[in-house]
Design a protein around this ligand. Sequence first.
Ligand code: DAH
Length: 336
Amino acid sequence: MDLKNQILTDIENASSLQGLEDVRVAAFGKKGAITELMKDLGSKTPEERREMGAAFNILKQELTDALDTRKQMLEEADLTARLTTETLDVSLPPRPVASGKIHPLSSVMDQIIHIFGGMGFTVAEGPDIEEDFYNFTALNVPAEHPAREMQDTFYLPPGATEQPYVLRTHTSPVQIRTMLKGEPPIRIIAPGRTFRSDYDATHTPMFHQVEGIVVDKHTHMGHLKGCLEEFCRLFFEDPALKLRFRPSYFPFTEPSAEVDIQWKGDKWLEILGCGMVHPNVLRNCNIDPDVYQGFAFGMGIERITMLKYGIEDLRLFFESDLRWLNHYGFSVDARE
Ligand code: DAH
């Protein structure tokens, strides 16, 4: 019993988890006092063994309980001590170790919003998963119209929804959503993701476009030209940049044009499609084409980003290669 009291006192006096572990080992370890006593049992008669064995079990249980209780207490005390000493000041500035970069596309989208914002445009949005009606029909592309073949559309599996849904092939459906929601005058841009089933050095199945539309009583082609010229000169940081408007065809505009910019003196590179909003499109949005006219344009964001920053392969935009991101990304400070 002396031994038991001694061990209980030692447990009570243990002031650290390590100290308590030492007490446990001194009692129950390979050469521990209790272990040694148990070994003696072998030399006793069966009756003695039964009696002493039972007593040992009780003793063992009592000591184990005492050890557990003390351990829990010490652990709690330890945690309380750590919580009071290890405080974290979340208001401290971060250490300048690994600094993140802004993806070139994010930066260019900010630049686009900034430039058009300066001309009075606000930003509108629409869903990536779009109803066939907004992506095609309302844009003067009825079912079976050959213009549907111009874009490699991702259709959602039939039966998943009541009416056909597509991954929007362009940002033009946002024109429709905006016109149906509000009254002219309208002046918005809609940057966002677009999808087409295509993949090579200049095409990825997901890419970005920015759409723009202006609808007012006296809007004409001169406004369209001036607006796009202003944008391109500011974006490419060249006040003398030359633009060329080539006649083209889009079902949602009449007349339609494609715009090229003069690049490095000798080349003309196509960067966007545009035109005067087709009267049918205005009518589809309950706007009277005898009162209002509009111009619209759609531009590939990767394309102008590649030109401005000399990026050769479109696919690398979406590889998440840290070396590429570090090279072409923008440091956060540089944007301020
Ligand atoms: N949606 C066209 C495309 O993806 C681009 C475009 C052309 C948009 C003319 C327009 C427009 O708003 O007026 O190829």
